[in-house]
Write a protein that binds this ligand. Sequence first.
Ligand SMILES: [Zn+2]
Length: 296
Amino acid sequence: MAEKSATTHPPSELSIRSVSVLSSGSAEARPEHQRGTRLPQWWWLLTSRSWIDVPINFFVIEHRDGLVLFDTGLDPAIASDPNYITSPIGQFLLKRIFRFHIGEQDRLDRKMRDAGFLPEDVKKAVFLHLHFDHVGGIAHIPQAELIVSRREWDVLSEPHPEREWILREHIQLPTAKWHSVEFSLTGDPLFAPFGGYHDIMGDGSLILLPTPGHTAGSSSMLVRSQQLPPLLLIGDLAYSAEMLMEDKVPGTGDARLLRQSYAKVRQLVQELPELIIVPSHDSAALEKLKGALANV
Ligand SMILES: [Zn+2]
């Protein structure tokens, strides 16, 4: 933990001008992966026969001080380059875990331009964890500061992060300007359950919160603005908002840590009843978010 501040800043007026959801293709995954099962992971990995749709999105936030990306989606090379995953066991398992529906038209830079944004205008990109389906666009924003929690960054120094689907060769690019952040203590009771926070823009509009469990250093990001209800982007902490509210953990990650993080998010919901929880791969939550965005 870094230095302690007495309170966090309130979100200043109009510091966030818009929030957009952009698709970076889609995939199919095993139902056991997302909904959880009593079976061991290796069992369902080898025996599951069914698939469910998984949207893969990233978010563009227009802040007064510049564009901020939340996640960068999937690199289309995952579908076209058989060696995108280098280890043979990884290549085998990937085919068991995912089927991808993605092409060059889904590249981050093309999706941004199609939506009227310039990739070269991105000032910061925030990563809630470092799985390959969230870091696939960093080659297109070499000027941007790439922000991730210190604990997640440290996974790269541990033996075999690729076994956790954290792929050094697609993260530590020579052009990438990574900045790992420590969470600070805060006197703001809103964030007390989390034990720390990081104010990304310094104005209270984008707050990173530690929510480990999906990976060791997974975070969530609270987005606060004048024109929208508060949003909590939780990455892959849960695959649906209902799972989190009903305390159901998925078939991957550390169940004990996931439940601890779920409880912290539910405390935040008690303080902010309007909060929209947005898991990265939850179609229903994304539609709810798009509905809220359409009304501003
Ligand atoms: Zn993930």
